[in-house]
Design a protein around this ligand. Structure first.
Ligand SMILES: [Zn+2]
Length: 196
C-alpha cells in the first residue's frame, strides 16, 4: 500500500512546524523526548513498577527485538512506553514514531512497535506508513538531507550528526533524492573559470 498522494508534502510541512515549535533548526538533531514533553506525553521505560514483570522480563530478554515501544491510552490521553534496553538511536526512532502517531491524530488502541512499525491489524498499515514517514521527516528532514548531500556527507556522518541509525540515514538520503539532486545541481553550476 502506498502513501496517499500529497502525504510526503504534508509530513514535511508538519515537521517544519514541529521543529519551529521546539526551536530546533532544520539542520540540527531533533530530540523526540523533548517533542513528547512539548505535547505533554510522558515517556516510560520497561523499568516501571506498574508494568507486569513477566512481560518486562520477556521483552528485555528472549524477545528483546519484539517490543520497541507502544502508545498506551490512559484516562486523559496517552503515554509512550519504550524498550530502554535498545540502543540510543533505535530508542529515539521509536519515540519519534509514536509521536508521529500523536501528531497525525491517529486513532489507536495500543500500538506496539515491532522493528520499524507497530504490530497492528492490516487496516492500520496506512497509518503505520504515515507514522514512519513523519518520524523520518522529524529526525532527518528532507531539506537537511539535501544540505548534507551538498556537503558530500556519508551516511555514517549523517547518522552521527542527526543521532539516527545508519539505516535510517541511508533510507532518508535515498528516499529524499538528496544526493541525486546535489549531483544534478553541481552539474548545472558553471565550471570555475580557468585563467589563461
Ligand atoms: Zn506505529
Amino acid at each position: 500500500m502506498a502513501l496517499r498522494r500529497g502525504f510526503k508534502a504534508t509530513a514535511r510541512r508538519l515537521a517544519v512546524d514541529v521543529r519551529s515549535e521546539l526551536g530546533v533548526d532544520t539542520f540540527a538533531p531533533l530530540d523526540p523526548y523533548a517533542l513528547a514533553a512539548l505535547y505533554g506525553i510522558e515517556v516510560f521505560t520497561l523499568d516501571e513498577p506498574w508494568l507486569p514483570s513477566s512481560a518486562v522480563a520477556h521483552f528485555t530478554g528472549p524477545a528483546v527485538d519484539a517490543f520497541s515501544g507502544a502508545l498506551v491510552p490512559v484516562d486523559t490521553g496517552c503515554v509512550i512506553v519504550e524498550n530502554h534496553t535498545h540502543d540510543r538511536t533505535r530508542r529515539r526512532s521509536t519515540v519519534a514514531h509514536e509521536m508521529a502517531h500523536v501528531l497525525l491524530e491517529h486513532d489507536f488502541g495500543v500500538l506496539l512497535t515491532v522493528g520499524g512499525s507497530c504490530r497492528s491489524d492490516p487496516t492500520r498499515t496506512v497509518q503505520e506508513q504515515e507514522a514512519t514517514e513523519l518520524a523520518g521527516e522529524l529526525l532527518l528532514p528532507c531539506a537537511a538531507a539535501r544540505t548534507a548531500a551538498f556537503r558530500g556527507w556519508t551516511d555514517a556522518s549523517v547518522a552521527r550528526y542527526f543521532r539516527v541509525s545508519r539505516r535510517l540515514a541511508r533510507w532518508r538520503m535515498n528516499v529524499t533524492g538528496a544526493r541525486r539532486i546535489a549531483r544534478r545541481t553541481r552539474k548545472r553550476l558553471p565550471e570555475p573559470a580557468t585563467r589563461p
